[in-house]
Design a protein around this ligand. Structure first.
Ligand code: ATP
Ligand code: MG
Length: 807
């Protein structure tokens, strides 16, 4: 008999009555009446359905404390599901603080996965596994699926194994074992999906392994098919608590419902407006169905927000109001009015990062008429992880400590390290570590054995691995397809190496097209173009294009961002040096740091100061999400916006860039439609420093807005980048070319300067080279004799007429 069978609930309750009388409960005094109601109503189902920052997590934590303090349950009888392991740790700490003592063991406080893995180890044999089963990572899982796909003679180019992995994952999220896959899904993966799923599960059993999805699925099956086991746990977990309930998927939901079905002591908290994991199978319907699942549920609604200022709350409410399918809740706060939500448009992404860096430094020292904030109190929340790169680079340049939460830093990402290894090989062919990393990535049919051969030969000859590889082919030690692919890699590396030495500076911020002192016979390829060539010709880009995991599109975006980052450097070498410095900088793990994370990772967190950059249509809301899921996708994006704004306690700054540069060309960006949805009375529009001077202080917030909501974004844009003196002048001088208005410019690459805006002999100003006179015009390319920097060819859009300069 297991130990929990011996435990008698009623004995504990009578003990608890005595304990209750004796123990102080100061934590109850910290709660408002509604929260207190949710905490004190210990028996039966309770649902706390409330908006952001209303103290749901706080009340949930207090409930755990109350259960312990009143003797209703021992620490190991409380099943408490949080969204991340970090959240579980924090909750344990808070429970300890509230109780005034260290809580010994709360073994069942954690994520669904961490809890299920423990349970499954105890009952593995019921699903044909041994208790020491291994958990496959995505790579192992794919390898296995690939073998199955190949064994069936399926063309895995048309039907990539990753696609199958996703389909199976989706079935598992829906708690569907192979025999329960509905007829409607029979056509999945070229009609082979259900059969391959069954084979995959059988193979996993043979290997004594399971994947992540299985952890929950197996437990649901065990509970469904073994009532005795279920019953044990229903008695064992006397009280169940779930945070972020809106993001549970079907399998998680079933698992909880089974466990709670006997005693019904389940308390779920959540917010339908914060459901942001629909793309991973979360069903917001679970929370809306709670009262049906648990009739007589005590529903507590919390409306007082304790986190944010009224302006921030109003801005978030304004945005979320755009969603049709919601319960609709109004939040209020007693907090002081504070700052309006700040909105600012920038010329481009780099400028945005620069501004945020300066702003953080200013806020640290308490200028801007606000209190000084420590770096720990500030966070940057991005929609897509590739946005982090510009901030990381900028912060490293100015020495601003930061941490990336919920994922690796940009240059530590797998795809970035791979790509960098290619660049390193091209710049220095004897970089053996880089060679090891790329030799079989993408797959070239060079397994461990071939790689050991290369190592051995290189060592014997005292040469770098790449040369060892060439010798290995020559000696016939590596043969067949592997040898062919390896031979091609070696030739390619050598060719790219020659091209590297012949690259010319890219048209960067300084837009130097040509230094007229440069010999004319050099080929005109920039290191940026070369980097793209390397990634494409090596097959590396294609590898991710063929990858059907949810992470693949993000990885491709990161690669694009990497190529873009190169534009800020003279050559590959300079860039590589920069990155090694970047990586070196991280050793110091102490001290305050700005947090950078995705909006998804920010769920449940709060910061006094929040920056929300990149609010541009296509980036946020994400084009992919809208393309894939239409209105549903857009609504989920809007909930993300709501999550983002409601993370802020005191200062919330939303920004967008008017342009993003993609492969050296400006792409005009349209401000996010969510900007349009911000209520004007709660927003201050700031003017950025501008291209040619001016500054924050000089910028009066744009008054009025004229009451036309839909105009907000355009007017913000006009107030900022589109209104700098140089910009206006360029616009007015070139009447016969398209005028870049953000609305009209959606998604197109616009050649802003097809016709030169300057005349021969005109005095001009360039940010880097200073003053000069136009001595030649070829379309949008000008030859300028600079007073200090000599004669250069530059692109017209990087110039402005000297009389536009306000100094
Ligand atoms: P989210 O929806 O973002 O997860 P939440 O509803 O879980 O938010 P909490 O994180 O629990 O909200 O609380 C938000 C902030 O309000 C925290 O700083 C918390 O300490 C504070 N708070 C909650 N309830 C009260 C209260 N009754 N009195 C004072 N402060 C409170
Ligand atoms: Mg919370």
């Amino acid at each position: 008999m297991s130990s929990f069978d011996e435990f008698d609930a009623f004995e504990a309750s009578s003990l608890s009555a005595r304990a209750m009388a004796a123990r102080p409960m100061p934590y109850l005094d910290e709660l408002n009446p509604a929260q207190r109601e949710a905490v004190e109503c210990l028996d039966g189902p309770v649902l706390m359905l409330a908006g952001a920052g209303t103290g749901k997590t706080k009340a949930l934590t207090a409930r755990v404390v109350h259960l312990l303090n009143t003797g209703r349950a021992r620490p190991n009888e409380i099943l408490s599901v949080t969204f991340t392991n970090k959240a579980a740790r924090e909750m344990k700490n808070r429970v300890g603080n509230m109780l005034g003592q260290v809580v010994e063991g709360m073994p069942w406080m954690g994520t669904f996965h961490s809890i299920c893995v423990k349970l499954l180890r105890r009952h593995a044999e019921l699903v044909g596994l041994k208790s020491n089963f291994t958990i496959l990572d995505t790579d192992d899982q794919l390898r296995l699926l690939k073998q199955l796909v190949q064994a069936h003679g399926i063309d895995d180019k048309r039907w990539p194994a990753r696609m199958l992995a996703n389909i199976i994952d989706d079935w598992k999220n829906r708690a569907l074992t192979p025999d329960r896959v509905p007829a409607a899904d029979a056509g999945a993966y070229n009609h082979a999906g259900p059969r391959l799923y069954a084979e995959y599960q059988a193979r996993l059993k043979e290997l004594n392994a399971c994947d992540f999805g299985d952890l929950l699925l197996h437990m649901v099956v065990i509970f469904q098919e073994h009532p005795d086991v279920l019953e044990q746990y229903q008695r064992w977990f006397r009280y169940i608590l779930v945070d972020e309930y809106q993001d549970t998927n079907v399998a998680q939901y079933l698992w909880l419902r089974l466990l709670a079905s006997a005693h019904k002591n389940i308390c779920c908290v959540g917010d339908d407006d914060q459901s942001i994991y629909g793309w991973r199978g979360a069903e917001v319907g679970n929370i809306l169905r709670f009262e049906k699942d648990f009739p007589g549920a005590h529903v507590v609604r919390l409306e007082q927000n304790y986190r944010s200022t009224p302006h921030i709350l109003a801005a978030a409410s304004g945005v979320i109001r755009g969603n049709a399918n919601r319960l609709g809740k109004e939040l209020w706060t007693e907090a002081q009015e504070g700052e309006k939500v700040r909105l600012i448009g920038h010329w481009d992404g780099e400028e945005e990062a620069r501004w945020v860096g300066e702003e953080i430094e200013a806020m640290q020292s308490g200028t801007r008429g606000m209190r000084g904030y420590s770096l720990d109190e500030m966070a940057i929340l991005v929609r897509a992880s590739h946005q982090m790169r510009a901030f990381e680079d900028r912060f490293l340049t100015i020495g601003l400590p930061y941490r990336v939460i919920g994922g690796p830093r940009f240059y530590e990402r797998l795809e970035i390290r791979d790509a960098m290894a290619y660049f390193r090989m091209v710049v220095s062919p004897s970089d053996d570590l880089a060679f090891e990393r790329i030799v079989n990535t993408p797959k070239r049919g060079l397994g461990d054995k071939a790689q050991q051969t290369i190592q051995r030969i290189a060592r014997a000859n005292g040469v770098p691995l790449v040369d060892g590889a060439a010798i290995a082919i020559e000696m016939g030690e590596i043969k067949g397809k592997g040898a062919q692919a390896l031979g091609r890699l070696i030739t390619d590396l050598a060719r790219w190496g020659r091209m590297t030495r012949a690259t010319v500076p890219v048209e960067g911020d300084d837009a130097v097209l040509e230094d007229l002192n440069r010999p004319a016979d050099r080929p005109e390829i920039s290191h940026v173009e070369l980097a793209q060539i390397i990634l494409d010709e090596s097959g590396y880009t294609e590898m991710w294009q063929n990858d059907k995991t949810p992470e693949a599109p993000g990885r491709l975006e990161n690669l694009k961002e990497l190529v873009k980052a190169l534009e800020n450097f003279e050559n590959l070498q300079g860039f590589l040096e920069h990155v090694s410095l970047v990586m070196d900088n991280e050793s110091d793990d102490h001290g305050a740091k700005v947090s950078i994370m995705t909006l998804h990772a920010a769920k449940g967190l709060e910061f006094p100061v929040v920056f929300l950059p990149g609010w541009e249509d296509g980036l946020f809301p994400s084009q992919r999400s809208m393309d894939e899921s239409g209105v549903k996708g857009l609504e989920e994006e809007r909930r993300l916006a709501y999550v983002g704004i409601t993370r802020a306690e005191e200062v919330c700054t939303i920004s967008f860039a008017g342009n993003r540069r993609v492969f050296g060309q400006w792409q005009s960006q349209m401000p996010s439609r969510f900007i349009d949805e911000l209520p004007e009375d709660h927003v201050d529009v700031l003017t950025p420093p501008g291209l040619y001077g001016g500054g924050y202080g000089a910028a009066a917030p744009m008054g009025g807005f004229g009451g036309v909501k839909s105009n907000l974004e355009t007017r913000v844009a006009e107030a900022n980048v589109y209104n700098s003196p140089g910009w206006r002048r360029l616009q007015s001088r070139s009447q016969d070319r398209p005028v870049s208005q953000p609305r009209e410019a959606k998604g197109q690459v616009i050649d802003l300067t097809a016709v030169s805006a300057f005349d021969m002999g005109e005095r001009v100003f360039h940010q880097k080279f200073g003053y000069g006179s136009v001595i030649g015009i070829e379309g949008d390319k000008l030859e300028v004799a600079f007073e200090k920097a000599g004669t250069k060819k530059v692109v017209a859009r990087f110039l402005c007429a000297a009389d536009d300069i306000p100094f």
